[in-house]
Structure formats: structure tokens, C-alpha cells
Design a protein around this ligand. Structure first.
Ligand code: TA6
Length: 300
């Protein structure tokens, strides 16, 4: 399936095929793990390290359409998070997940992990909602860990600021039975029923209702403890000051056309980001790289 969106020679561990909705999809299969990545949004939709169940969750109702976001996996939210501050016609979570990215490099390293580099084809001309030029590159490493690094450079002559999030959907047996540790004592914006500021206190996060929180001033690693799958999923990060935690629960799940009514217990989002008061400001020529590293640990 030739496509202008692949400008790299593919190693034997990487193949290109027509995926859901005939969208171009890369399959990575090396000795350490298997993954799927769509060029639409440079969207990782699957990652399964050897010896483990799939780690990322995908909705069975996801749209597979070049004009819509994919529901599940790792959407890239950029250059704004959530609704645009002023432009109500602008797409939620920005344009990066709606645009094509080009694969510019693919190689295996000596440990057997596969490195892929994607470049965003920026909107031309820049949208009024974000009137800046941008060079965004996304590095994906598929191995025993999944490493995701979003590198943003300002090639313009004016300073620009942006929000970003790797909006990762994790597969869990039952969200009502999991706990998330790593955010004790951290302030957060609670976005359920209007926005209010709260503090996590000493307890891990547990889920008993719709949860939509932006944890602030945190560089901490988070761990999802899932007794159902007998595993821990650890999300470490760098150059990220915010962590978003989300589960839509019953009503929000019903309200989303690309999310199954009964799917909400199967997933939790733990998102690595710089959002809200942590928006990144870039001087002309400057760049910023945010990284998330995901590991799975089986619990005996
Ligand atoms: O990250 C949590 C959140 O911002 C929620 O408010 C919810 O809207 C979710 O993202 C999904 O957003 P989407 O635009 O993908 O439907």
C-alpha cells in the first residue's frame, strides 16, 4: 500500500497496510513487542509487550475516518487541550490528532526495540485558532517499554504557546477495582460539574463516578494497579507538569457516538501533558520535548 506518508525505508519489523477505514497503518512486530500506529494523527492504537495482554484500550465504536479522531490508544492533543479557549468552532483537543503525519525514520536498535519518527504536516495556512507556524516531531519506541516523545519547535519569528497531552487510554479489567498511585497530595482541577480546585490527599485515586481531573504541578510517575489483570502499568514522564485522569462513566459514555455504552469499565485515561497553567511558551527557534515511558509489570 504505497503512500506519500511513508518517506522511510522500512525494516523487516515494520510493515505498512490498509487499516480500519482504509487508513494507512503501520504494524510493528519485533522480538519485544507488537504495536499498531496510524499515520492519521500518528495514533498508536495498540501496544502489546511479549508475555503481556494488550496495554492500550480501543473503543469498538471508534470512527475510522480521516476527518475524525480515533477513540482509544494514544491521541495526541495539540496545540490546545479540551475546548479551544475562544473559538467554539475549533476542534476539541486541537488539530494534531486529525491530521496526517509522515513517517520519516524507522530502525531497530541493538536491544531489538523499534524506533519510528513521525513529522506533522502542519495546517497551511495556520488556523485562526492557533495562528503560528510549527514543526512537530513524534518519536515512538516500541519495545518492552513504549516510549512516546513529542518534540515541538517554533520555526517562526514570534513566540508561541501551546498545550499538549498524550491522551493515553489504558485497558483495565474493571475501572471500579483499580487504584492509581503517584498523585497523593497533588492539587487538581475537577472538571466534573464545573471546574473546582481540590487536593488528592493521601489516598490513591479510586473510581466510583465520572472522573475528569487535571493534576497540576506534578512530574511524578503514576501507577495503575489492576487486580483484574494482575498487573501494574507504570507511566513515567519528563518535561510534563500536568497529569490528566479520566473515565466518562455511564452518562458520558452514552453521550459519545464513538464510545460504546457499556465500554466505560474497560478503560482509564492517564494522560501526560502540559495543559492549563502549564501551557508551554516557545521563543522563536526554541523547542520543547515531552516524553512518556510506559511499562507493564505482572503481579504474581
Ligand atoms: O482528557 C479528558 C477529556 O478532556 C475529557 O474532558 C473528555 O472530553 C475527554 O477528554 C475526551 O475528549 P474527546 O474530544 O476525545 O471526546
Amino acid at each position: 500500500m504505497p503512500t506519500p506518508l511513508v518517506r522511510a525505508a522500512l525494516p523487516a519489523t515494520v510493515s505498512l497496510e490498509s487499516g480500519e477505514g482504509q487508513l494507512p497503518r503501520l504494524i510493528v512486530a519485533n522480538a519485544l513487542a507488537r504495536a499498531e500506529i496510524y499515520l492519521h494523527g500518528a495514533h498508536v492504537t495498540a501496544w502489546q509487550p511479549q508475555g503481556h495482554e494488550p496495554v492500550l484500550w480501543m473503543s469498538r465504536k471508534s470512527a475510522w475516518d480521516a476527518t475524525k479522531p480515533i477513540r482509544g490508544g494514544v491521541p495526541i492533543c495539540f496545540p490546545w487541550f479540551g475546548p479551544h479557549a475562544t473559538d467554539k468552532t475549533a476542534p476539541g483537543h486541537g488539530f494534531a490528532r486529525l491530521l496526517d503525519w509522515t513517517l520519516v525514520e524507522a530502525r531497530d536498535d541493538e536491544r531489538g526495540a523499534t524506533h519510528l519518527t513521525f513529522e506533522l504536516t502542519p495546517p497551511a495556512p495556520p488556523p485562526a485558532a492557533w495562528p503560528h507556524t510549527v514543526a512537530a516531531t513524534y518519536h515512538v519506541t516500541v519495545g518492552s517499554s513504549l516510549v512516546l516523545a513529542l518534540d515541538v519547535r517554533n520555526p517562526g519569528t514570534d513566540a508561541s504557546s501551546f498545550e499538549e497531552a498524550l491522551h493515553t487510554y489504558f485497558a483495565v479489567r474493571d475501572v471500579r477495582a483499580i487504584e492509581i498511585s503517584g498523585l497523593a497530595g497533588t492539587d487538581y482541577l475537577d472538571k466534573v460539574g464545573g471546574t473546582s480546585q481540590r487536593n488528592q490527599g493521601a489516598e490513591p485515586i479510586r473510581f466510583t463516578a465520572e472522573t475528569d481531573r487535571v493534576y497540576l504541578n506534578t512530574q511524578a510517575a503514576c501507577t495503575i494497579h489492576d487486580p483484574g489483570t494482575r498487573r501494574r502499568i507504570v507511566v513515567r514522564k519528563s518535561r510534563s507538569n500536568a497529569t490528566v485522569v479520566w473515565n466518562p462513566w455511564v452518562d458520558k459514555a452514552r453521550a459519545m457516538p464513538d464510545f460504546g455504552d457499556d465500554e466505560w469499565p474497560e478503560m482509564v485515561c492517564v494522560e501526560t501533558g502540559n495543559v492549563n497553567l502549564h501551557a508551554v511558551r516557545l521563543a522563536p527557534g526554541a523547542s520543547h520535548t515531552m516524553t512518556a515511558t510506559i511499562d507493564v509489570v505482572a503481579v504474581p
